[in-house]
Design a protein around this ligand. Structure first.
Ligand code: ATP
Ligand code: MG
Length: 281
């Protein structure tokens, strides 16, 4: 059987992002066929998680611009019951959010029992953009690695399983995606000039990502570095990881001790209210 988590980092191990692949290998057709089946499995597990209503799943995505966060969410979670899922996108913090600790807005979006929450960007922005752009001093952001680990440990202790995916793309692939966004009118909206400023800071970001991956990979909330240049590879390995995680959670449909034998249900309404159509009301 395929190892569902070959890209999972090991706690305490150094990470060298530059040596980790950005392009996954495989047979595209086979990966795409597998994704269809994984989506069905994901939908079934999600229904059970929701019905059980005791545990929850948090899936975090981080990447450089055009790294594929939106596309992954669209492709992997297509077809699952919207009632049991929520996507939270974290942008530049609002005035109100800035008046609180960095985890305040995050905590409000973590999954309730039975739910899957998907984070498009996350609390990790507070050790990434905030670090690279020097929005706060190092004495503020550095302790956040530990604060984040404690926060995630607390979520895990209350029944939330946490999966974190870093979508790892090459600078060449990002350039290609930006050019595509400029070339196609229907993709123009995805491009902003600020994306180019961030591209210039590529290696500062890689360094910030690398340290985040090292410091915040824990047993209960591991990071996965997903080779993300090829979308079909990215989508399938992420779906595999999520499905195998749900398999391990193994949510169960609730059972009841009540005895329902002998209950019969007639087509017509018996007793109680009267039908106004029949009684001329
Ligand atoms: P796309 O990838 O499709 O462009 P996006 O997630 O980049 O979507 P944008 O509105 O373009 O969405 O960007 C959101 C911006 O908010 C990012 O530049 C991100 O770094 C920034 N941001 C998120 N969280 C924080 C934070 N805590 N502090 C400062 N900036 C943040
Ligand atoms: Mg953007």
């Amino acid at each position: 059987m395929t190892n569902p988590t070959p890209h999972r980092l090991v706690p305490g191990q150094p990470v060298d992002l530059g040596s980790l692949p950005t392009a996954g290998e495989g047979d595209r057709k086979a990966f795409e066929t597998e994704l269809d089946s994984l989506r069905d499995q994901l939908a079934e597990w999600q229904t059970a998680l929701y019905a059980e209503g005791r545990r929850s799943l948090l899936v975090v995505f981080q990447a450089m611009d055009a790294g594929g966060k939106d596309g992954t969410i669209r492709k992997v979670f297509r077809g699952i019951n919207p009632q049991g899922t929520r996507v939270a996108s974290f942008k530049n913090p609002s005035e109100l959010e800035r008046q609180h600790d960095f985890l305040w807005r995050i905590h409000k979006q973590v999954p309730a029992s039975g739910m899957i929450s998907i984070f498009n960007r996350s609390h990790y922005e507070d050790v990434l953009v905030v670090r690279v752009d020097r929005i706060v001093p190092e004495s503020t952001w550095r302790p956040r690695f530990e604060q984040i680990n404690n926060f995630e440990a607390q979520l895990a202790a209350s029944g939330t399983t946490i999966l974190k995916f870093f979508l790892h793309i090459s600078p060449e692939e990002q350039a290609e995606r930006f050019r595509d966004r400029l070339r196609k009118p229907e993709k123009n909206w995805k491009f902003s000039r600020g994306d180019l400023d961030k591209r210039r800071q590529w290696y500062d970001y890689q360094q910030a990502f690398q340290e985040m991956l090292e410091k915040c990979t824990t047993e209960i909330a591991p990071w996965h570095v997903i080779p993300a240049d090829r979308k079909w590879y990215r989508n399938t390995v992420i779906a595999r990881t999520i499905v195998s995680t749900l398999e391990a959670i193994n949510p169960q449909y609730p059972t009841t001790d009540e005895d329902f034998t002998g209950i019969t249900i007639a087509d017509s309404i018996e007793g109680g209210s009267t039908d106004p159509r029949r009684d001329g009301g």
